[in-house]
Design a protein around this ligand. Structure first.
Ligand code: TEU
Length: 546
């Protein structure tokens, strides 16, 4: 895969994730929509990205903002129509941007026709599309828990059985053991492929091989068999970008997904680094201080352990807090510097980078004071559960402010006008109050903005095969909070340094001496003596070693 003649477009490109509900509203209903996205394609073109991962736009009652789909082949009313969607694919293509659809096939909405039929009777032809079990001694079949709180089993009175749901009870899990179900999914995927999309991001794909009776949820025994079948029945041979969301991935099984010889996916999202700030046996809400050494160890391990497979690189998505607030520093003094540091570390690693909307202008978390301000089902359910267990309200709200998913979902900040230019109506979720300073207009005017660092890094990846395919080498002789690594091949050698710290750190790299040319940096230094150099807070740079 690393050979030049064997490379794929999705290795050299950078992907931009759009959360449609929060990106751009075009009709004043306070909810982002497809025409809104179309109106911003030129901006994305200017940034330089080559693909958009579009969070779900399908018909949905929005129990989980579109991750509960009631019709895979229709568009959510608030977002527009299938005509708009077709137009988006065409308009994006004109700008050399491919659309990667979110494929949510671990579960549907309970309002999907399949489920509506399935729950009517045990004899329904769709009954076995879902997972049903009899009560055990009048109670739930087993103790498996749902991600959004409570039991994973929901009793359905009409037929006297429980159905299985790993997320909310409005998201019943599909039964992948059923071949007819799999065929229905292939058909639906081919419907989208025929429209000319660029690929799929596959929601919690590591859960489809579950065996609930054995308490197996992730990485079930038939998972890879299903993916190989999917590949051969749908996108196989079409050079599409396919990325699986896999919270349970290890380097070993990431290789199984992404080794091209196995005909599964292009790559997976692994979350080992994102989970470093939660307590070992706790949930994501149980906070722990990040250790930069641990972060380096995890990222470097992923950089060096995939041999035939391919990495994805990301700090943010619609489920994660804003990285500049979480692990950087979003105070006026350091926001820009630390946001640029994250950009540099990420884009210089090996793999395909993913940017989440607003990351390129350094959007930040938005703390709330009360649960009434929260929209996200995960946060709300957790709040109710913990309050009923006796947790202190202030502590629970603190966890939500640090880790809650709404942080990433506040409307995109386009300008300093009403509602940050997101909508002329009342936005569905509060706009971050820092929009007069943090917005796209402002970033485009300021040649020193975070936006232009992202733009530069993206264009570098287009020019340099070393950055895309070169070897990764850790440099160990640096302080704990400093990232230092090389990307190299027979033509070029790049040294990447990033001070992951709001304090200074001393760099002593005698073997590199004095360097003249910077490829990219977040301070204005012109020459650095690497034999002895005081790194400023969050100072990061890339230099080519000659
Ligand atoms: O997320 C998978 C998932 O496991 C999340 O619940 C995750 O653990 C949590 O958000 C971390 O805070 C995917 C989607 O990305 C998410 O938006 C959906 O809610 C979920 O699947 C169900 O479809």
């Amino acid at each position: 895969m690393e050979k030049e003649n064997n490379s794929h477009w999705w290795q050299t490109t950078v992907v931009y994730q759009i959360y449609p509900r929060s990106f751009q509203d075009s009709d004043g209903d306070g909810i982002g929509d497809i025409q809104g996205i179309i109106s911003r394609l030129d901006y994305l073109k200017q940034l330089g990205i080559g693909a958009i991962w579009l969070s779900p736009v399908y018909k949905s009652p929005n129990a989980d903002n579109g991750y509960d789909i009631s019709d895979y082949q229709d568009i959510m009313t608030e977002f527009g129509t299938m005509k708009d969607m077709d137009q988006l694919i065409v308009e994006a293509k004109k700008r050399q941007i491919k659309i990667v659809m979110d494929l949510v096939v671990n579960h549907t909405s309970d309002e999907h026709e399949w489920f509506i039929e399935a729950r009517k009777s045990k004899k329904s032809p769709f009954r076995d599309y879902y997972i049903w079990r009899d009560p055990l001694n009048g109670k739930v079949p087993n103790s498996l828990k749902a991600s959004f709180g409570g039991s994973a089993w929901k009793f359905d009175k009409r037929t006297g059985q429980y159905y299985f749901h790993l997320f909310s009870e409005k998201q019943p899990d599909l039964n992948w053991e059923n071949q007819e179900l799999r065929k229905s999914i292939w058909k639906m995927m081919n419907f989208w492929i025929d429209k000319g999309i660029g690929g799929f991001r596959m929601d919690v794909i590591d859960l489809i091989g579950k065996q609930p009776d054995k308490a197996i949820t992730a990485n079930g025994p038939k998972l890879h068999e299903y993916l190989q079948e999917m590949n051969s029945q749908t996108f196989g041979g079409k050079d599409m970008l396919t990325v699986g969301e896999t919270w349970g991935a290890t380097p070993e099984n990431a290789e199984l997904y992404s080794d091209p010889k196995r005909h599964e996916l292009s790559m997976v999202f692994q979350f080992e680094h994102n989970m470093l700030d939660q307590k070992k046996d706790g949930e994501k809400w149980d906070l722990k201080e990040l250790s930069v050494s641990e972060l380096k160890a995890v990222l470097y391990k992923w950089q060096t352990s995939l041999k035939s497979g391919w990495n994805s690189l990301f700090w943010n998505n619609h489920d994660l807090p804003r990285i500049v607030s979480r692990w950087g520093n979003d105070s006026p003094k350091f926001r820009v510097k630390s946001a640029k540091m994250f950009a540099i570390i990420l884009h210089m690693m090996k793999g395909t980078p993913y940017i989440y909307q607003g990351e390129e202008i350094g959007m930040t978390n938005y703390p709330v004071k009360d649960i009434s301000e929260v929209d996200d089902i995960e946060s709300i359910n957790m709040y109710n559960e913990r309050i009923s267990k006796g947790f202190k309200k202030a502590d629970v709200i603190h966890s939500i402010n640090v880790k809650g998913r709404d942080n990433a979902r506040t409307p995109m900040q386009w300008n300093n006008q009403k509602n940050a230019g997101f909508s002329t109506g009342l936005p569905w979720l509060h706009v971050n109050q820092n929009y007069p300073e943090v917005n796209v207009d402002q970033s485009l005017k300021d040649s020193n903005s975070i936006f232009y660092t992202y733009q530069k890094l993206i264009s570098l990846r287009k020019q340099s095969r070393t950055i895309v395919f070169g070897d990764f080498k850790e440099i160990k002789e640096v302080p704990e909070n400093v990232f230092a690594y090389m990307r190299q091949d027979k033509n070029h050698q790049y040294l990447i340094i990033a001070n992951f710290d709001q304090h200074e750190n001393i760099l002593k790299l005698p073997e590199f001496g004095t360097q003249k040319s910077f490829v990219v940096a977040n301070y204005d230094e012109e020459s650095i003596d690497l034999r002895n150099y005081k790194l400023k807070p969050f100072e990061s740079f890339v230099i080519e070693i000659k």
